[in-house]
Ligand binder design. Structure first.
Ligand code: NOJ
Ligand code: NOJ
Ligand code: CA
Length: 705
């Protein structure tokens, strides 16, 4: 105990030093923790548009545009350029601790025969997922980027688009490259040479239903059939190749457009190869709320880009179409809709929407949005050039070539200060969000975790100050300086012993950030990753007060095997527990809930049931005798479904691709459930099948009356 206290004291002294350093820039991140990004700030780079570090790899002819005059062409940016911007200090001094770069794989070289002459500069038109895009660099260049980034304390996240290859047309094999897929140079299939069914041939989606968006193509992009064993294996092997290169995370494109079950299988395979942070793109329009999006974030094994947050902050600060009450409503609702809201990835703009700053707008709006995002729950992304106030309302003007690398802009300094604070004060990484003072223009919110507190106050009005009275905080008594050092006009505040804050003025456009790093000698868990695992796999538990001496960490009340132990991090090999959702505890701490323990490694099985006629309002669901099939739960929220009946099979046949434990013999039945929850069970005895040890399978049965 005495020893533990001494260690704790030493740690406090160390964190005080770290604290002092935070005001300066360049806090390195922890590149050894690839499952916890909550202290990181991710900087999103369109590789082609950032910096040309090697003109020798630039393409010629109609693929290339000198000076990036034509934004549909390649403009020369590459991995060598990104590495140079790490070593010259631009990225490290800004304090970003992760980069999200364009999909690195070989893309089509064909130019679209459209007026615009579109090219694959964005990286979303793959032709070989096992080779590099040579216009971004060679494998040696990629390796170099990873090692330069890691040496600087920066993680690397790659974009990855396993939904599709490239633009193609049925019956027109000469169109571009016919959506070809190669395996390290060897032809696998193309849309019009597809003997094995590598692709779907169901036309393009009109986005009318979830099913339509999955089993028809996204735009004209050749759409993978993930139940095809070759494609399933190929996409698992391909990501393993990049994992073996040392990437730290994956941004997964278009997850709404792939079968939920298959993406869960792919995530399981990925995490078993090497656990990394993954976040999917499930696009939501302004104000859109989709329960399927929440379910995806909670049960797929990956996080999501937080479009609800992004849309809400754009409405409040860019467009002025909503106010802080609406914004806080989203913060409050997402805190419960997402099981792990701190793992969702926040942003204010990206390559698929207008840039936050626009011509003629007051840059203070961007400054405020950056400050709020970098102090809010979730892992924040800064889109390249936002710190330089780049503009552009549409694709491709929102993907312009990086205009400057000026380290003195206010935007750059805001990121610098707050990225540093995220490394130092764990309330930003792990804390909940409490609204402390609010009206349409004023928002004062507090993040708190294990005695650490960050208090943020913002006045979004661009004219007129407001006197703030009656504010309370969890900050201990004292005088607190603005962590942004007045960059956005913040001042010091005085906190009294009862937590009241002396009245102060919040000027127009002001943002102030006050904080205190606390310490807990009792164990408190802040984060667990990955949140989908199985017996024998290792999870990383971060928090405070675990003690220097190894103790006991448990999953579902069963002690696991300690792999490593320190006061703020425990690596735990999972014990065997009943498959299902469990909580994690360290030395008797409060439980960190929602860890999904799978029965086994997963495989994708397509279940088809024929002759299942229903009345209006009824849908068909699946349930069965394993956790993955809901352990015989027959409800519309618990069972697997609703099943589909339009595209691949049509009513009265129903189908769905489901993640199930490999090699298991499983009993199952279908149920019909209506909107009120009334259940009609299939008659007869249970169906039974044995899932394959690897690869995919189809199970096709008739409904039993
Ligand atoms: C979403 C990406 O972000 C977008 O830019 C891309 O065109 C589509 N998915 C297809 O990959
Ligand atoms: C309850 C259902 O009523 C039955 O039909 C099903 O077979 C069993 N659960 C599972 O054994
Ligand atoms: Ca180049």
């Amino acid at each position: 105990m005495v020893l533990r206290r001494a260690v704790r004291k030493l740690q406090l002294a160390i964190s005080a030093v770290a604290l002092a350093a935070a005001a300066t820039a360049g806090q390195a991140g922890d590149v050894n923790n690839d499952v916890n990004f909550t202290s990181d700030v991710i900087y999103q780079i369109m590789t082609d548009r950032f910096y040309d570090g090697d003109t020798a790899n630039n393409p010629s002819g109609s693929l290339y545009s000198l000076g990036c005059a034509d934004l549909k062409k390649y403009c020369g940016g590459d991995w060598a350029g990104i590495a140079q911007k790490i070593t010259d200090g631009y990225l490290t001094d800004m304090g970003v601790t992760a980069l999200w770069i364009s999909q690195p794989v070989e893309n089509v070289f064909a130019v679209a025969p459209t007026a615009a002459g579109d090219t694959s500069y964005h990286g979303f038109w793959a032709r070989d997922f096992k080779r590099t895009n040579p216009i971004f660099g060679s494998m040696a260049d990629f390796d170099n980027l990873i090692s330069v980034a890691h040496a600087a304390g920066i993680k690397v996240v790659i974009d990855f688009a396993p939904n599709h290859t490239s633009p193609s047309r049925e019956g027109d094999p000469l169109y571009m490259e016919d959506g070809v897929l190669n395996d390290d140079g060897t032809f696998v299939a193309s849309l019009n040479s597809d003997l094995s069914g590598a692709f779907y041939h169901n036309g393009g989606t009109n986005f009318s239903t979830y099913e339509d968006g999955i089993y028809r193509g996204l735009f004209d992009l050749a759409d993978f059939n993930h139940q095809n064993g070759t494609i399933d294996g190929y996409l698992k092997d391909a990501i393993n190749l990049w994992l073996d290169k040392g990437i730290d995370g994956i941004r997964v494109d278009a997850v709404k457009h792939m079968p939920f079950g298959w993406t869960k299988v792919w995530m399981n395979s990925t995490l078993e190869h090497r656990p990394v942070f993954a976040f999917g793109e499930w696009f939501l329009g302004d104000g859109e709320v989709d329960p399927l999006n929440h379910k995806y974030a909670n049960e797929s094994g990956m996080s999501l880009l937080d479009f609800r947050f992004g849309n809400a902050i754009r409405s409040a600060l860019k467009f002025g179409t909503s106010d802080w009450n609406d914004f806080h409503g989203v913060i409050a609702d997402t805190a419960s809709a997402y099981n792990e809201v701190i793992d969702q990835v926040t942003f204010i703009d990206n390559h698929d929407m207008s840039r936050f700053h626009s011509v003629g707008a007051d840059p203070r709006r961007t400054d405020m949005a950056l400050a709020v995002t970098l102090t809010s729950r979730g892992t924040p992304v800064v889109y390249y050039g936002t710190e330089q106030y780049m503009t552009g309302d549409n694709d491709p003007t929102n993907r312009g070539f990086m205009t400057s690398f000026d380290k003195t802009t206010r935007g750059y300094q805001i990121v610098q200060k707050l990225a540093g604070l995220r490394q130092v004060n764990k309330a930003l990484a792990y804390g909940d969000t409490e609204q402390r003072w609010i009206n349409g223009d004023i928002y004062v919110y507090e993040r708190e975790y294990a005695g650490s507190v960050v208090l943020v106050a913002i006045n979004r009005a661009l004219a007129g100050s407001t006197n703030i009275t009656g504010l309370f905080t969890s900050l201990p008594a004292g005088v607190y300086q603005d962590e942004l050092a007045g960059l956005l006009d913040g001042n010091a505040v005085t906190v009294n012993a009862n937590g009241s804050v002396d009245a102060f003025d919040l000027a127009a456009g002001e943002v102030a950030v006050w904080h205190k790093v606390g310490a807990s000698s009792a164990p408190v868990i802040g984060h667990v990753g990955p949140m989908m695992t199985r017996a024998g796999q290792t999870i990383t538990i971060n928090g405070e007060g675990f003690g220097a001496v190894p103790g006991s960490a448990q999953v579902g009340g069963v002690a696991g095997t300690v792999v490593s132990w320190s006061d703020d991090q425990v690596k735990l090999q999972l014990p065997s527990v009943t498959p299902g959702f469990h909580s994690v505890t360290v030395n008797g701490s409060a439980g960190y809930t929602g860890l999904e323990v799978l029965t086994n490694s997963q495989v994708s099985v397509r279940f088809v049931v024929n002759n299942a006629t229903t009345v209006v309002g009824q849908n068909v669901y699946l349930t069965g005798g394993v956790h993955e099939l809901s352990n015989w739960t027959a409800t519309n929220s618990g069972s697997i479904g609703p099943f589909f009946n339009q595209v691949v099979h049509q009513y009265p046949s129903w189908y769905q691709d489901v993640s199930v434990p490999a090699g298991q013999t499983i009993e199952f039945k279908f149920v019909k459930i209506d909107g009120l929850g009334n259940v009609v069970w299939e008659g007869g005895s249970n169906h039974i099948f044995t899932a394959p040890a690897s690869g995919t399978m189809e199970v096709n049965v008739n409904w039993q009356n």
